[in-house]
Design a protein around this ligand. Sequence first.
Ligand code: ATP
Length: 288
Amino acid sequence: MTIWNLGSINADHTYRVDKLPVAGETLASRSLTIGLGGKGANMSVAAARAAARVCHIGAVGEDGTKWRDRLLEYGVDTRFIAVADEPTAHAIITVDDDGENQIILYSGANGVIPENLIGSALSEANAGDIFVTQNETNGQYEAAKIAKELGLRVMYAAAPFSADAIMALDGLIDILVLNEVEAGQLQDATGKDVSELGIAQVLITKGADGVTVYDNGTRLDVPSVKVDAVDTTGAGDTFTGYFAAGLDRGFGLEQSLNLAVQAAAIMVTRHGTADVIPDLKDVQDAKL
Ligand code: ATP
């Protein structure tokens, strides 16, 4: 089986600063690291590191083909990553000594993924495959509709949060993944409990407090693994990528959740995003 991930690809530029700049201020940074990021790329890497077959559907600009190549190095099928006329998406992230950050996102090529590319990619999919997307690209509705019609399981990781984006996919989502804050926002927007939206499986991640799942209305709580967290960036994406990989490999719900919480726990003990997502051997060796 295959995971088809319509997702963002960002170049993350992370600047370490003594303090975050205020309006009008110019600051020298102490260091710069540039790495692969974007929720979509992170999830593809996580699923590939969990030994799933992953095909990423997306776009970079002429300036960003190395990020497509990086995904390939991680074992992701990159045949359906277009090179668009827009610049590659990027994030400018400033982090101060207290770990506080400011982020500016430029969505660039993530917003111009050709619809015919999405169609071509999904024409290779088979019923029972998993389609994953997030809210950082164009084409979410069109792709989810095709995927659903082809009998794929549609998984939506609802970030960056938009109740409208979730409601636009009404009837198409089989598995919704969101964090506690987003679950509260969705409840406020719909006036309904997230377990009553008609979505088969709703996964609410709660950081160190674990995950609450509504599986066709039945609640299941899975605790997080206790670790010393140093950087929670990418924890949610690692969780989602590993969870999708578990399902894709034929694991049941609980086994997929256990795998995902273990991988996410390792992730929070590391600094960085896509490049430090643990692989299956890390998860096995950690014996969590
Ligand atoms: P982010 O946006 O930081 O990637 P998120 O808000 O989407 O994360 P979280 O709920 O913070 O998602 O984390 C996702 C999963 O990662 C949790 O369900 C848990 O399994 C794991 N996790 C996050 N923080 C911790 C922690 N401090 N200790 C152990 N596991 C954690």
